[in-house]
Design a protein around this ligand. Structure first.
Ligand code: AMP
Ligand code: GLY
Length: 421
């Protein structure tokens, strides 16, 4: 089978690498991919949000299965576009994708189904919002409703922070804002839990903890993710039972009642407080860098998982993970998440030879005739799996240091909560 992968980040390189090992996959096309995918797939410079162009290309090259990495094409209805056509698409349809595309839609589902989440209010004007905020306790969390590339969430320490956030949102920083979400600040420890579903059944697809802050000790600005470890240290059978029965099952039932058809990954972002799970957010895709961290410990053929979701036969498939731990450290361009330079050569990358238990997944990289160049804030993902987290991190550090890329920096403390030195 010829497979197409939509996206250009580390998540997509990890998916591409994993699928390239499947006997069921003949050729892989990446729309548009990165330098890493160009070694194992054909990169195609085409806008994957132009579904009709994508369809024409897929027909020409006999691509009959598409895997969607990022949320945008899903929220824009790529699955609905290809429905009834000979190209199968792994991902949730437009209705289901509202779980990520509209935070207010998700909050309303939580409210109707008693799904544990922070208390919230929805306002339709700046005046109303400010009136509420004047009498609120802080910290408080303010969110834009729609997709905002991870930037639409404000943790506000005082009224002034909250006023600025509300003004930015209502002034259109993330597109036209008819509503705003104001929610209670939850204190606890975060955890990401993943499932795959075929619309009827669902299966566990790993747990992880990412490190979003730029600085060591989880300090400084938020980023797309500086690294990650899997499994989460918080997961146990008791907590997992609560996550499934109180959050996942009521949500999947609610989506079916809305007429949605959910075939894909679901990322459940949680805050764990006194052993109780609270939903922070859903993403209708795998996480990045969680995907790069989890796929190296997946033992089942990924292509079998994706096709069984599309066929509605997930209940017949057993998904196995190895018992290993996994750590991913992200190498970023100096300056990220603020201003940084692109097009800096990454020398000697091809000379690095990862061991069997190691991977280097590309994110913001570009291959030209002259070599491999940086092309984004998050550039490379170094992953290592092992029996213990410390060994994972030591191996990752050794590999990154061997590369010694002068334009890059990385956090040395990924997994600090599971590594006691
Ligand atoms: P989101 O895009 O909804 O995942 O939010 C980004 C980050 O903001 C989350 O990973 C949390 O660290 C934080 N966050 C979001 N909502 C809350 C909340 N209600 N209480 C505490 N932290 C939150
Ligand atoms: N790691 C966070 C995300 O993928 O949204």
């Amino acid at each position: 089978m010829n497979v197409g992968i939509i996206g250009s980040g580390g998540r997509e390189h990890a998916i591409c690498h994993t699928l390239s090992k499947s006997k069921k996959v003949s050729k892989i096309f990446c729309f548009p991919g990165n330098a890493g995918t160009s070694f194992i797939a054909q990169n195609v410079n085409l806008d994957p949000n132009d579904f009709s162009e994508l369809e024409k290309y897929c027909i020409k090259k006999e691509v009959n299965f598409l895997v969607v990495g990022p949320e945008k094409p899903l929220v824009n209805g790529i699955v609905d576009y290809f429905k009834g056509k000979p190209i199968r698409v792994f991902g949730p349809d437009k209705i289901s994708s509202k779980l990520e595309g509209s935070k207010i839609f998700t909050k309303k589902i939580c409210q109707r189904n008693n799904i544990p989440t922070s208390r919230f209010k929805i306002y339709e004007s700046l005046n109303e919002t400010l009136h509420f905020l004047k009498n609120s306790l802080f910290p408080i969390v303010i969110k834009a409703d729609g997709l905002a590339s991870g930037k639409g969430v404000y943790i506000c320490k005082n009224f002034n922070d909250a006023k600025m956030a509300s003004e930015e949102i209502f002034n259109g920083k993330f597109g036209i804002a008819e509503q705003i979400l104001v929610e209670e600040f939850l204190d606890g420890e975060e955890m990401s839990y993943f499932i795959v579903t075929d619309g009827k059944n669902y299966k566990f697809f790993g747990s992880a903890q990412d490190h979003k802050r730029v600085g060591e000790g989880d300090t400084g600005k938020n980023t797309g993710g500086m690294g990650c470890y899997s499994p989460s240290r918080l997961l146990n059978d008791h907590l997992e039972f609560k996550i499934k029965t109180k959050i996942i099952e009521p949500t999947l039932n609610a989506i079916s009642e809305h007429g949605g058809d959910y075939k894909g990954f679901l990322y459940i972002g949680l805050m764990i407080k006194n052993g109780e799970p609270f939903l922070i957010e859903f993403n209708v895709r795998m996480g990045d860098p969680e995907c790069q961290t989890i796929l190296p410990i997946l033992k089942t053929d990924l292509m079998d998982i994706l096709t069984s979701c599309c066929d509605g036969t997930l209940n017949k498939l057993k998904i196995n993970f190895s018992e290993s731990k996994s750590i991913c450290v992200v190498l970023c361009s100096n300056g990220y998440p603020e201003k940084f330079e692109n097009n800096i050569e990454i020398q000697d990358l091809e000379q690095l030879k990862p061991l069997e238990n190691q991977n280097i997944f590309h994110a913001g990289t570009l291959k030209t005739e002259e070599g491999i160049f940086s092309n984004g804030g998050r550039v490379l993902n170094f992953v290592s799996t092992s029996d213990d987290f410390l060994a994972c991190r030591v191996e990752v550090m050794n590999l990154i240091k061997k590369l010694n890329w002068k334009n890059g920096y990385f956090r040395r403390d990924i997994g600090h909560k599971v590594i006691k030195l």
